[in-house]
Design a protein around this ligand. Structure first.
Ligand code: ZN
Length: 141
């Protein structure tokens, strides 16, 4: 499968091929927009510029997949949940993501320690790479 990309998302996906995660930064207030948006959701300013993010952040919630939203391709990669991530680069920038390293055995422990440290993980899917997150190995220690 080949992904047809608009020019404004091509840079994001090209970055992932090089291991770099691009976001947009508001030229007015400095807020990070991730995934990249061309206007600022914090102050409403219309100009943002390309920046990169560290990929570090915290997980703020953890919901295990159920049969309706389970994804067998993701399960092949590892155990996962869905959750809200806030970026270290801008803690006000939060979004929902797939989070690896969470399963029925540790989800209660993770919930008891929220927010827990996570890092971005560039995942190869069919024909393209995307960004998901993973709980840090020492997040609960
Ligand atoms: Zn702004």
């Amino acid at each position: 499968m080949t992904l047809k990309l608009e020019r404004n998302v091509k840079r994001f996906y090209d970055g992932l091929e090089e291991g770099v995660i691009y976001a947009r930064k508001c030229t007015e207030c400095g807020a990070i927009e991730y995934p990249p948006h061309y206007a600022c959701n914090t102050c409403g300013y219309h100009e943002t510029e390309w920046t990169t993010i560290s990929g570090r952040g915290v997980l703020k919630s953890a919901i295990l997949p159920v049969s309706l939203n389970a994804n067998s391709r993701l399960a092949e990669i590892g155990s996962y949940c869905f959750g809200e991530v806030a970026l270290e680069d801008d803690p006000n920038c939060s979004f929902n993501s797939t989070i690896f390293g969470v399963d029925a055995d540790n989800v209660e422990d993770i919930r008891a320690h929220l927010p827990v440290a996570v890092h971005a993980k560039i995942i190869q899917l069919d024909g393209y790479k995307t960004v998901m997150f993973e709980v840090d190995e020492d997040a609960l220690s």
